[in-house]
Design a protein around this ligand. Structure first.
Ligand SMILES: [Zn+2]
Length: 287
């Protein structure tokens, strides 16, 4: 019955796969899709929520174990670590480390992603939108490199050294960006206010600056049956779970409602525009 459906997600840090699009990855894996994850950095510039878990020097190893745990939970069958150093938040000293993702030659990183596309041969590639969700330099960098790789992978004149080792050019059918639409944040704020939840300083927050414009959410994936699995994958990333983080302050029932849908933006397709909104990243029908 047709060829094996394959999804390649190209993300920046251990935990990006769970917090952002864990429901979608779990859903497709459960439906028999081969789900492959590329994680660009070791996440070593992140926090450690609990000092008993280890030291800052041990963080890359801790986070790799956490990532493998999340892959098992979500059903991600293949994990590729691209091996760059976490560049940290914008303006932090980690930005200047020569091993960091943002300091690496763009052609080198894009070349690794091209090689992976030619090996894995996905129909669907997923990465961050250009703002990286919240402006993390690594998210924005891996967005640029994945867009470049999506465009180069089918061109035999690009990275011809791959062809010399037997990898053929490959053009994926579609490229999607993860997208948190503004209505998500607006809805969350309204829901919390209606519950009498004290939004505190967030009451004056400019919700219109969060996420992407609503119309950029061109694919809405119903992951309501996978919220449990997604939450279980979150639990793998213990070093990143702060008991006092913003997420933990949201009442569980509200959290649950807002985790049942994940949005994506169709960024490239050789099939032309999809139905709006699409409900399946593998829909291969035009209009
Ligand atoms: Zn991240």
């Amino acid at each position: 019955m047709g060829e094996q459906r394959t999804l390649l997600a190209v993300l920046a840090h251990p935990d990006d796969e769970s917090f952002g699009i864990g429901g979608t990855l779990a859903k497709y894996a459960a439906e028999g899709v081969r789900v492959v994850l590329a994680c660009a950095t070791g996440g070593e510039a992140g926090e450690i929520s609990d000092p008993s878990l280890g030291t800052k020097e041990q963080l890359a190893g801790i986070r790799e174990r956490e990532l493998r745990c999340a892959c098992d939970v979500l059903g991600i069958g293949e994990l590729h670590l691209l091996g760059y150093r976490d560049s940290g938040m914008a303006g932090s000293p980690d930005n200047d480390d020569r091993r960091s993702l943002v300091q690496t030659d763009p052609a080198e990183v894009a070349g690794k992603v091209v090689r992976l596309i030619r090996q894995v041969r996905p129909q669907v590639v997923v990465t961050f939108e250009e703002g990286g969700g919240y402006g993390h330099p690594d998210h924005m960098a891996i967005h640029r490199h994945t867009v470049a790789a999506f465009q180069a992978a089918g061109d035999p004149s690009q990275y011809p050294e791959h062809l010399a080792v037997g990898l053929e050019p490959h053009v994926p059918e579609k490229l999607y960006f993860t997208a948190l639409p503004r209505r998500f944040f607006r809805g969350l704020a309204q829901r919390l206010s209606a519950l009498g939840f004290d939004l505190g300083r967030l009451a004056d927050f400019d919700w219109e600056s969060m996420g992407v414009p609503d119309e950029l959410c061109t694919a809405e994936i119903d992951v309501s049956a996978y919220v449990d699995i997604k939450l279980q994958a979150f639990q793998c990333h213990r070093s990143q779970l702060s008991p006092n983080g913003p997420f933990s302050l949201i009442p569980p029932e509200v959290r649950w409602d807002f985790m049942g849908t994940e949005c994506f933006s169709l960024a490239g397709s050789r099939l032309g525009p999809g139905q709006k909104p699409e409900t399946d990243l593998f829909a291969m029908r035009i209009g």
